[in-house]
Design a protein around this ligand. Structure first.
Ligand code: KG4
Ligand code: ZN
Length: 337
């Protein structure tokens, strides 16, 4: 089954062609990063306008690169939740129209589930496994029972991890997008220059929950309090110390969840799964006997391949949407507790 996957939930206009959920025949990602850069953040109106201008070309390029014609497509999948409403609508309407014109099935896919599924395309893990979803809008530790069944163990109670990276980078004028520049700058910094605090939630009744607003506030408003005597107050040191703690907060809960659930497999996904420190800390788990996967860098950030890959499973099992399917800005895919 050849599925076209369309992703327009935020600032990436992407289309991919995936065969049988595993073989990525093409994965075209047209990023709007440069056009949002002057504003140091995604401007929703600009994002949806650019998607409208680009989508036809991006889909055309994905089909051509796959070496097929539109008539070879068996189904169309598209992100329809959650995300920026105007941006989502562009993909949803384009996809539905295309599928109806071709007379093939179509299905709306949850973006967050797509991120969580991305590593399954390249390095499939047997279910169940511990899933770690880290992006600009979500921070979730969960038990993944199947492509569709996810039990949330913990989430952030305030800011998402990626949001913290973005806000710290914006405040210190480090560049855009925040996560990428902090990751790069951290390589030149001392991660122990500042001892930024983690959340004091250890006796919380939800032990796998996380919090990032305290760390963000400490880094932005109170950094001098946390500078280790004798260490230099530099941007690289702020970045490296922040990153160490941001990843540390996640890893602490992740390790606890692995211990408590007894799961031996773990998989990460989402934009922050591109972070080099997080990737190396996850790799460390392999030395302790865990099986660890995360997507290649191209499949960490928003992309159509993860949408087509996940959709294949639903389509194979008989799920389809009808023309009433629409976009939803705020649907939480995962039931909490
Ligand atoms: O998954 P994604 O592309 O979009 C959402 O669904 O949110 O994730 C974007 C987030 C942003 O917050 C960005 O700063 C972060 O992922 N990010 C990173 C890195 N690359 C992207 N954060 C830390 N280190 C990175 N290398
Ligand atoms: Zn995303």
């Amino acid at each position: 089954m050849i599925v076209l996957g369309i992703e327009t939930s935020c600032d990436e206009c992407s289309a991919a062609v995936v065969r049988d959920g595993r073989e990525i025949m093409s994965n075209v990602i047209a990023t709007q990063i440069e056009l949002h850069k002057p504003y140091q953040g995604v401007v929703p109106e600009l994002a949806s306008r650019l998607h409208t201008e680009w989508i036809e070309q991006v889909v055309g390029a994905a089909v051509t690169k796959a070496g097929i014609g539109m008539e070879d497509l068996d189904a169309v999948a598209f992100t329809n939740r959650p995300g920026l409403l105007g941006s989502l609508l562009v993909g949803v309407n384009y996809a539905k129209t295309l599928a109806e014109t071709l007379g093939i099935p179509f299905i709306g896919i949850d973006h967050i589930r797509g991120h969580l599924y991305a590593s399954q395309i390249e390095n499939p893990l047997e279910y169940p496994y511990l899933g770690v979803l880290v992006s600009g809008g979500h921070t979730v530790i969960c038990k993944v029972l199947s492509y569709d069944e996810v039990d949330v163990l913990g989430t952030t109670i305030d800011d998402a991890i990626g949001e913290a990276f973005d806000k710290v980078a914006k405040f210190y004028d480090l560049g855009y997008p925040g996560g990428v520049v902090i990751d790069r700058l951290s390589k030149e910094g001392d991660p122990n220059a500042f001892m930024f605090p983690g959340p004091s939630m250890d006796r919380n009744e939800h032990p796998y929950d996380m919090s990032y607003s305290g760390l963000k506030t400490a880094v932005i408003n109170q950094k001098d309090r946390f500078l280790v005597p004798g260490k230099e107050d530099s941007k690289a040191n702020i970045a490296a110390s922040f990153q160490r703690q941001a990843v540390g907060i996640l890893m602490k809960r992740l390790r606890l969840a692995l211990k408590d659930t007894g799961l031996k497999r773990v998989s990460a996904g989402g934009g922050v799964a591109a972070n080099s420190l997080l990737r190396s800390e996850l790799k460390e788990l392999e030395k302790e006997g865990y099986q660890v996967t995360f997507p290649s860098l191209k499949l960490c950030t928003d992309n159509g391949a993860m949408i087509a890959g996940l959709a294949y499973n639903y389509l194979r099992d008989g799920y389809r949407d009808d023309v009433t399917v629409s976009a939803s800005a705020r649907v939480n895919a995962f039931k909490k507790f």
